[in-house]
Ligand binder design. Structure first.
Ligand code: HEC
Ligand code: HEC
Length: 304
């Protein structure tokens, strides 16, 4: 009701509400007085001998109606309904939501109690925690990272051992709690030739094209002079939390020539939303363990 910016609308709502109740009472009262009509027929006849009588409403029906009117006054005294009057119980929809949310959280805490205090490595091996983590993941994360968590163009694969922001429990938790924002600046000012060369050089770093070709040499010179190394490192191996490794086979946007040229000339802005406030610490804890667990098999393979 706080969006009423003057007293008129408050009074208007009260008058309308009380007015329509009084109207109902008057209507009922007037109808119950029409008793003299009892037994009269209206003159409407169907199927030869079916006649319509003009009888008053039955008493039980009328009293039920009166009862709803008494109920409405009780309701309006207890709950908000009359303009800005809050009702004697002080009920609000936000308050109700908070109560239900707190109850659900208490239930969640009771169900997963000890897991919430254990460290991530341990929780990641627990089946019950994994199932809960998977349910949360399917609800809140799958629309971007895929239900198998293998990602898509622009959305990282969470099951490989390759990390943009780090795969240690604390780093994953930080990613989920506060979100992450990645900015690859645009380099259109280099002009098409230099962009083509540097894209060639980047592709040569992971063995997609011949690293000894003249384009690769020219591209390397651009890589160094344009400042790519400041973020991606002198050898293109990346810097955790700053810019991805360009020498491995993991691509966020794809390894095609045209894709690289687009990334380099237009830049990329990408963000992982923050979930800390929305999901709360406990759910973030279970999700961190779930995500940590996804790549355990691949970590052993990659020696990480
Ligand atoms: C709106 C889409 C979106 C949703 C929803 C989303 N993410 Fe992300 N997430 C991203 C993007 C985009 C990135 C990559 C950001 C970047 O380029 O640095 C990312 C990055 C991450 C990373 C870091 C990966 C790395 O290599 O370091 C983790 C971990 C992660 N997300 C987990 C989750 C979890 C768990 C959820 C569910 C609670 C979730 N994400 C929900 C879009 C999303
Ligand atoms: C200010 C730091 C910064 C500089 C300078 C920079 N990059 Fe990037 N680059 C990034 C970040 C951050 C990403 C990841 C974007 C994301 O997560 O969406 C990225 C992504 C990329 C990708 C996509 C990788 C993939 O997996 O799809 C390529 C290719 C790339 N950069 C090449 C270059 C080249 C070539 C230069 C120099 C001309 C350059 N970058 C300069 C920060 C930088």
């Amino acid at each position: 009701m706080s969006d009423f910016n003057n007293g008129f609308w408050n009074v208007w709502v009260i008058v309308l509400t009380i007015g329509s109740i009084i109207f109902c009472v008057l209507l009922l009262w007037s109808q119950s007085r029409a008793r003299n009509a009892k037994g009269e027929v209206t003159g409407h006849v169907w199927d030869e001998d079916l006649q319509e009588y003009n009888n008053p409403l039955p008493n039980w029906w009328r009293w039920l109606f009166y009862l709803t009117i008494v109920f409405s006054f009780g309701y309006l005294a207890l709950y908000p309904g009359l303009g800005t009057y809050a009702g004697s119980k002080g009920w609000t929809s936000t308050g109700q939501y908070e109560l239900e949310r707190d109850a659900a959280e208490a239930q969640f805490k009771a169900a997963y109690g000890e897991l919430l205090t254990q460290n991530i490595e341990l929780v990641a091996t627990n089946d019950k925690a994994r199932e809960a983590g998977e349910r949360l993941f399917l609800n809140y994360c799958a629309q971007c990272h895929g239900s198998d968590a293998k990602g898509a163009k622009g959305f990282p694969n969470l099951t490989d051992a390759d990390w943009l922001w780090g795969g240690e429990p604390a780093q994953i938790k930080e990613t989920l709690t506060n979100g992450r924002m990645a900015v690859m600046p645009p380099f259109a000012h280099l002009g098409p030739q230099k962009i083509k060369d540097v894209a060639y050089y980047v592709r040569s770093l992971s063995g997609l094209v011949n690293p000894h070709a003249p384009e690769a040499d020219r591209g390397k010179a651009v890589y160094n002079s344009a400042g790519c190394a400041a973020c991606h490192g002198a050898e293109g191996k990346g810097n955790l939390g700053l810019a991805p490794n360009l020498t491995d086979k993991v691509w966020l946007y794809g390894s095609r020539d045209a894709t690289l040229i687009e990334t380099i000339s237009k830049g990329r802005t990408n963000s992982m939303p923050a979930f800390g406030e929305f999901l709360g610490e406990d759910k973030v804890h279970l999700l961190t363990a779930y995500v940590y667990g996804l790549s355990l098999g691949n970590r052993a393979e990659a020696g990480k």
